[in-house]
Ligand binder design. Structure first.
Ligand SMILES: Nc1ncnc2c1ncn2[C@@H]1O[C@H](COP(=O)(O)OP(=O)(O)OP(=O)(O)O)[C@@H](O)[C@H]1O
Ligand SMILES: CC(=O)N[C@H]1[C@@H]2OC[C@@H](O2)[C@@H](O)[C@@H]1O[C@H](C)C(=O)O
Length: 389
């Protein structure tokens, strides 16, 4: 039995999700018991600095170092707070804060490691909050920088959670999709465990925006007074503009076959500016705009299932903050025609699944078990993920 802390702040940049878990077993027999979980919001000023960096605003190297330090400190505090009242954890898995993500160039797998290639084509993904600093501040071995090793072998470095989903959420007889609705959406397709070589048939990719555009639109519409559309109530009072959803869906990203990953670099502030211009040409109200952006998230997910999955799942399990958006959930249910539940209903916290996953990935690193799925990330091979400090 190993006591592990998992930490992540995702693309919504709303705060650090921390989970304290007890882990036993290895892969097929892994068991995870959640002992404590909490979200620790970033100080407002730090959140603004992170969002500015994500937006691509210029930042000097000393400013970058200070940002890295401030994030590491917040992560270390979160690790300490979540352990209060429990025996000390043996290990921390810290994803850190993504501030930049660049997928590899198309066809990268064949050329990435060829030094004679003039154009370097590997991906690049930067997570701030140094693991070495967290290890020192907490006096606990810490695994961090999880995406680099997969990227070095030609992968996207994302999504990494599907292997954890496979062992914690797959079913003996039922094909399932686990759909994360964070800032960005991603899916893990889990074939029935009774199928021969079922692990090799697991699939996963980033589906596109989940809440990023919605959150940015709400902030724009309320002059920053609100940061998200609670329960989707505002969007529910509008009507989706279907021609606009179709227009947005024609973008290349949605037609690219997996492996694929994305981030705020594509579905961020600039993207929303174009959405606002398009919405004006259809004279959409604020509520209609939010309904249309919600429908865009929903249709992009359903379109990717119909296009890229070997078969439609019998059930979809939602996780991430968007699983609390009742309107989004209702629209997904309408389009999918199979039960749409949350991972809570399968025994795994929908709010803290990503934090739990990075505890498991750190544990696998310590046990010498690769954490990536090459068929998901596009990596040439399965590799150990993360650096241990
Ligand atoms: N009650 C709610 N109603 C509607 N939306 C909600 C609710 N609670 C959370 N959200 C949405 O969920 C978002 C946060 O989700 P989450 O914490 O899963 O994202 P993340 O982990 O930062 O992103 P990613 O998974 O892309 O890394 C919020 O920004 C908000 O848009
Ligand atoms: C670069 C990066 O931080 N990507 C995140 C982001 O948030 C959701 C989606 O895009 C996913 O691919 C990934 O996170 C999860 C934790 C993953 O790697 O599985």
């Amino acid at each position: 039995m190993t006591l592990v802390v998992g930490l992540i702040s995702g693309t919504s940049v709303d705060g650090i999700d921390a989970a304290l878990v007890n882990i036993t077993g290895r892969t097929e027999d892994i068991q995870v018991e959640l002992l404590a979980a909490n979200t620790y919001p970033y100080p407002t000023d730090l959140r603004s600095q992170i969002l500015a960096a994500c937006k691509g605003e210029a930042i000097s190297i000393p400013q970058l170092a200070a940002l890295d330090d401030a994030i590491a400190l917040c992560f270390a505090q979160a690790a300490q707070n979540i352990q209060a009242g429990h025996p000390p954890a043996e290990l921390i898995g810290s994803h850190g804060q993504t501030v930049f993500h660049r997928p590899p160039a198309l066809g990268c797998r064949d050329v990435a490691c060829n030094v004679s290639t003039t154009q370097y084509s590997l991906g690049y993904s930067l997570q701030l909050g140094r693991g070495a600093a967290i290890a020192q501040l907490t006096n606990t071995p810490t695994v961090s920088n999880f995406r680099a090793a997969d990227i070095a072998v030609g992968g996207h470095g994302a999504p990494l959670v599907p292997k954890v989903d496979a062992y914690l959420l797959s079913h003996l007889y039922e094909a399932r999709c686990v759909q994360n609705l964070g800032g960005i959406g991603n899916v893990a397709y889990l074939p029935p465990r009774s199928h021969v070589n079922w692990e090799e048939k697991v699939r996963g990719w980033d589906t596109g925006p989940a809440n990023t555009l919605l959150d940015l639109a709400v902030q724009h519409l309320t002059d920053g007074a609100q940061t998200y559309d609670r329960d989707g109530n505002w969007a529910a009072s509008g009507t989706p503009c279907h021609p606009l959803v179709e227009q947005w869906l024609s973008q290349d990203f949605f037609h690219l076959p997996p492996p694929k990953s994305t981030g705020r670099e594509l579905f961020g502030w600039e993207y929303l500016q174009q959405c606002l211009v398009d919405a004006q040409s259809y004279q959409l109200s604020a509520a209609d705009l939010l309904a249309t952006l919600t429908e865009f998230t929903v249709v992009s997910i359903v379109h990717s299932y119909r296009t890229f999955l070997p078969q439609m799942p019998a059930r979809v399990l939602l996780c991430g903050g968007g699983s609390r958006n009742l309107y989004l959930k209702q629209r997904l249910q309408f389009h999918l025609e199979v039960p749409v539940l949350t991972t809570d209903e399968a025994g795994l916290s929908a709010d803290f699944k990503e934090a739990i996953a990075f505890a498991v990935l750190a544990y696998w690193r310590q046990q010498g078990i690769p954490g990536n799925l090459p068929q998901v990330t596009g990596a040439k091979q399965a590799v150990l993920l993360g650096e241990l400090a």
